[in-house]
Design a protein around this ligand. Sequence first.
Ligand code: PLP
Length: 377
Amino acid sequence: MKARFSPALVREDLRDFAGYSSARTSHTGAPARIWLNANEAASASAIDPEGKQRRYPQPQPRDLVEVLASCYGVDPAMVITGRGSDEVIDVIVRAVCLPGADGIVISSPTFGMYAVSARLHGVPVHDVPQTDHGDRWSVDVAAIAHTVRETKSKIVFLASPGNPTGSVIPTADLLWLATELSDAALLVVDEAYQEFSDQPSVAYQIGDQPNIAVLRTLSKAHGLAGARVGTGIMHPQFAQVLSRVQAPYPVPEPVRAIAVAALGDVARAATEERIQATITLRSELAQILAGLSSVTATYAGQANFVLVRSTGPDAVLRLLAEHGIVVRDMRHLPGLQDAIRVTVGTAADLEAIRAAFTESGAGKSPIDVDQAKQRIT
Ligand SMILES: *Cc1c(COP(=O)(O)O)cnc(C)c1O
C-alpha cells in the first residue's frame, strides 16, 4: 500500500478495540495434536460422519479469502468476507460511525440497506438525490462532498452500477469525491453488479486512495444468493479493524466450501457465460418494455435488471402476476412513484414476458395498458 490509512476514519472509541478473542483467534500457533480449547464435541455428528462441521471455522477462511482476492484482482490482505455484502455494510457503519453523532450520506434512489444499517445503529442518514436524465441517472458528487462537510458525516454509500437505477458512476467522479473527502470520510462503492458493467472496478484505486472501500458479492452474477457471501475490499489496516468488529465466525464451513468451489475455473467459465447471456437479454428486455404503450421511461443500465416508469404500473404488475411473473414494485422509493424493476431472467423467462404483453395487447398496438387492466379485472 502506497498511501497510509487515516485512523480518523475509524470510531475514536474503537481505535484500540481488540474484539472478541475466540479459541480460534487466541491460539498462538504452536504445533498441536489434541484440540481441547473450544468446547467442541468430542466426536462427529451422526449427520456429518467425516466430522467436517465439528470444529469452529476460521474467522476469515484462508482459502476463501485467497480465491476472492484473486477473483477480484486485489491483495488478500485487502479482503474481508462475511454473510453477504449486507453484513459488510453493517460492520462498516458500526466501525466508523459513533451512534447519535456521525452520519452517513446516500444518493436516492438507492439500495435500502445503507439507511437500514444506519438507522439500526442510531446514525442519521442524509440524502443527496440523483438526477434523472430520462434514460439514466447521475450522482452529484460536488453536492455530496458539500453535504458531508455540512453534516460532518463519516461515510458516503454509492452503488455503481446502482440499484435500482442500473447507472454507473464514472470512475473519475468517484476518485474526485474520495480525494475531496480524504481524511474526513470513507467512500463505500457498492459494486454488487460490477460483473455486468463495462467500467473497471474502483478497487484498483485503493492503493492510491485509502479512504475507498468496495463491496462485491457472490449473490448476483455468481448465482449464489442463498449461500450469503459478500466481500469488502479495502486498505489492509481498515480490513483489520473490521475483522475485530465483525461477529467471531461469520463464514459457516459449508458456505466456505461452496464459495471456494464456485470460484474455481470451471464454475467461473460458466459464470462468465451467464454474464454475457444476461447482458444480451438485458437489451432485449429493455426493448420489450420500451415498446409498451404505458411505459414512459426505460433505464436499461449496466446491471442485471431494467427499470421502467409507467403510466399504469398497477396494470403492468397485475398483468404479469396473472401470468405468474413477479417483478419488483419500486413505487415506495422517493422519485420512483411510477416505477417497476424487472430482473433479467432466462431467454424463456423473457419469452413469457413477451407473450404476456402480446396477448394482452399492451404493446405498441392501439390497446393500451389501461384497457388491458380493465380486461383483467
Ligand atoms: C443485491 C445487492 C446487495 C446485496 O448483496 P448480498 O451480498 O446478497 O448481501 C448489495 N448491494 C446492492 C446494491 C444490491 O443490489
